[in-house]
Write a protein of this length. Sequence first.
Length: 223
Amino acid sequence: MPRIRGYVFDAYGTLFDVHSVIEAGREITSDPAALSLLWRAKQLEYTWLRSLMGRYEDFWSVTADALRHAIRRLGLPATEAQVAALLDAYLTLACFPEVKDALARLEGRPRAILSNGSPRMLGAAVASSGLGPLLDHVISVDAVKTYKPSPRVYALGPEALGIPAADLLFVSSNAWDVAGAKSFGFQVAWCNRSQAAPEELGVAPDHEITRLDQLPLGSSAGM
């Protein structure tokens, strides 16, 4: 098995549970799960569309636009204060239960986030969850003004860590992100929490797990 000299994590859906916003959604709907699902789907769709159109807006703006669309589409009454409260929930997302122990287990190797999130959003989520001491780098796509799965985004990981992509394990719960990272040249682990079907994009992950504490341990030598 190729050596693993460092780990690069997706943030949303991998470390942080994007559907922990459901509780905040109860303020405007009796079905906050449906709101959360549509909001997340449009959030991702807007990143891809903006990348293709060459019309970058940071992830906070994209997240706000996706929320407003979801509210309109579901016909929900919501005040500006309620919209703002829902958006603020993204700054304090809960991390999955095993995340802290999983990151601590990898100590001795660089651990980084590489995310669509804006620097402000990532900084707030990392601080509120207490993950800061367990991470060596927090990298935002804002540095290149486009979104995953652009190769320009994935290139930020090896650049920040000073380690070739082939010696890094990229970890994501999003199958499309797994395909993008593998195509770029990372080793890849798919954290398939929901037992989803793989994407038909001609690439496969090197590892498939259901929890982050199942990640393979790499060598810290030669770094």
